[in-house]
Design a protein around this ligand. Structure first.
Ligand SMILES: C[S@@+](CC[C@H](N)C(=O)[O-])C[C@H]1O[C@@H](n2cnc3c(N)ncnc32)[C@H](O)[C@@H]1O
Length: 227
């Protein structure tokens, strides 16, 4: 077991899902951002990368999502989600215990969601591995929601260093094959009452193979909101 795997297994063994700093009673703004872009979820394949014990997938299944895969480096975290979802009658979801920076997807998803996982990729190798997984795990037209600590957000999460991101740096990291649709700042209150600045960024993988003519990421359709 790697140190990273050990760290996250211990987190989910030692704490209940509502005691971790990233706990949300309601999975927002992820839920609104996804349903705003994809009103009809039926027939779409969804993956939550570093899903932990998040209930985002429960809400999406309630709204008509039929297929979902939860990936996490911690089997403990996925066991929590699996028990909860099976108790609701969802027996046929996918669960993958994987390090996202090493994962090699064998199929592509229509919606890729990541809240507070990509920001743990602090080395060029881990970031390149994440991007490789993203490229193999999405297709033209896929929606990508990435929530990271904002540029002025915390420097650590769960005791581990993070890299903070803004829309421009994310766009530069992803490259021209991804079109920014929306970006939203979000203030998260931890169960301990600490406020953390997040940035939620929504991209669509380019449908056409032609490169975009403008390098300006602040063009058409981009909405900046503070909540
Ligand atoms: C801060 S928590 C966020 C959990 C969940 N996305 C949420 O919003 O509640 C980060 C999650 O990412 C997982 N994780 C951390 N590093 C990972 C990696 N390299 N690959 C896959 N999962 C990872 C952790 O086990 C943990 O569940």
């Amino acid at each position: 077991m790697s140190d990273l795997n050990h760290h996250w297994q211990k987190v989910y063994r030692d704490k209940s899902p509502d005691q971790v700093s990233w706990f949300q009673a309601a999975p927002q703004p992820s839920l609104d951002l996804i349903t705003k872009q994809r009103a009809n979820l039926g027939g779409l394949e969804f993956i939550d990368v570093g899903a932990g014990a998040s209930t985002l997938v429960d809400s999406l299944l309630d709204l008509g999502l039929a297929s979902a895969t939860l990936l996490d480096i911690s089997a403990e975290a996925l066991a929590v989600s699996r028990a909860r979802l099976e108790a609701q009658g969802h027996q046929d979801l996918g669960y993958l215990v994987q390090d996202i920076s090493q994962w090699q997807p064998d199929r592509a998803f229509d919606i890729w969601h990541d809240r507070a996982v990509f920001h743990f990729m602090v080395t060029p190798e881990a970031q390149a591995g994440y991007r490789r997984a993203l490229m193999a795990g999405t297709r033209p037209g896929s929606l990508i929601v990435l929530a990271t600590f904002a540029l002025d957000g915390p420097e650590k999460c769960s005791g581990l260093p993070v890299q903070r991101w803004g829309l421009d740096s994310l766009q530069a990291f992803l490259g021209e094959g991804f079109h920014a649709l929306e970006s939203q700042n979000h203030l998260h209150s931890t169960p301990g009452g600490v406020e953390q600045k997040f940035q939620f960024s929504v991209f669509e993988r380019q449908r056409e193979s032609k490169p975009r003519t403008s390098g300006n990421t602040h063009e058409q359709g981009l909405v900046l909101e503070i909540s």
